[in-house]
Design a protein around this ligand. Structure first.
Ligand SMILES: NC(=O)c1ccc[n+]([C@@H]2O[C@H](COP(=O)([O-])OP(=O)(O)OC[C@H]3O[C@@H](n4cnc5c(N)ncnc54)[C@H](OP(=O)(O)O)[C@@H]3O)[C@@H](O)[C@H]2O)c1
Length: 268
């Protein structure tokens, strides 16, 4: 993978940090070029099992790395930032929900190189999508290094920072909407007489396969939908029932509610 920094550290070695470290190893980075810090000995041990140097000292890993991923919980950011080099230090890539570029600069220094991003949970299996704020004042080469790190766990899109609440409402919370859809499809299959395990396998593979087909074909999903909806057929009957039940409106309301919640949390 091109564009990767020479060395990467994570501050916090929890779920997301581990996903990124595993992704970077898979992308070909040498374990010796990766570091992680975490107060939890169990998390440090997990990092060592991956061949990565792990310590309690945030400053030690940050000083040794070209790019530092801030991967602590939002409420842990302030304490973690107080331990880190300010201004002329590494590139800081934040994945912390709600932490604005302005907040990061306040905590890490006005001249610190910071970039804010919003990944989602499928990053844990290398199938995430991360939106990166492209207007944070980072040099293009540094922004590219940050994007290369995130591409190790999935796709990357660039957006203005003001769009990150909508991103949170769509792809951040989106996996949960899809899980709810899978649950409902499974339940519906059971209602129609299928065994639970069969209904779940059918629901999971249908969602997985449909998403893969849409991505691989590059077609507008509306075109794909019309292609499988022959007049008088079963799919059209199902889609009509979805429409009557307000499916589209329900999805719009979900994304709107999550976006608004993200705005509120970002202000607190
Ligand atoms: N999970 C997602 O899908 C997702 C999506 C988008 C964004 N994010 C963001 O990713 C961040 C990490 O989430 P996560 O699920 O990976 O959390 P997590 O598993 O709780 O990992 C955070 C780790 O940081 C450690 N830590 C706490 N204070 C620290 C400090 N001062 N210095 C160094 N390490 C410290 C924690 O240790 P203790 O447990 O001992 O406190 C914990 O091991 C969050 O800010 C979240 O908003 C997550």
């Amino acid at each position: 993978m091109t564009g990767l920094p020479r060395s990467v550290a994570t501050i916090g070695a929890g779920n997301m940090a581990e996903a990124i470290i595993v992704g970077l190893l898979r992308a070909g980075m040498a374990p010796e070029s990766l570091r992680a810090s975490d107060p939890d000995p169990g998390r440090r041990q997990r990092m060592r099992e991956l061949g990565v140097r792990a310590t309690e000292s945030n400053v030690e890993v940050a000083q040794a790395s070209e790019l530092v991923v801030l991967a602590v919980k939002p409420q842990q950011l302030e304490a973690a930032a107080a331990t880190l080099p300010r201004d002329g230090g590494p590139i800081y890539l934040s994945i912390i929900a709600g932490a604005t570029t302005a907040t990061l600069r306040r905590l890490l220094g006005a001249k610190a190189r910071v970039v804010r991003s919003m990944p989602n949970t499928p990053a844990l299996v290398g199938a995430g999508i991360t939106a990166v704020a492209s207007d944070g004042g980072l040099e293009p080469a540094d922004l590219e290094r940050a994007c290369a790190v995130l591409r190790a766990v999935g796709a990357v899109v660039l957006v203005p920072e003001s769009a990150l609440d909508a991103v949170t409402g769509l792809s951040g919370s989106g996996p949960a909407y899809v899980f709810a859809f899978i649950e409902a499809l499974t339940e519906a299959g059971v209602h129609e007489g299928l065994p639970l395990a069969t209904a779940r396998a059918l629901a999971l593979e249908t969602v997985h396969g449909a998403a893969r087909l849409a991505i691989a074909s590059g077609e507008d999903p509306a075109v794909l939908r019309e292609r499988v909806s022959s007049p008088g057929g079963t799919t059209l009957a199902g889609l009509a029932a979805l429409s009557v039940a307000g499916f589209r409106e329900a999805v719009l309301a979900a994304v709107r509610a999550a976006t608004e919640r993200s705005k509120v949390l970002g202000r607190s």
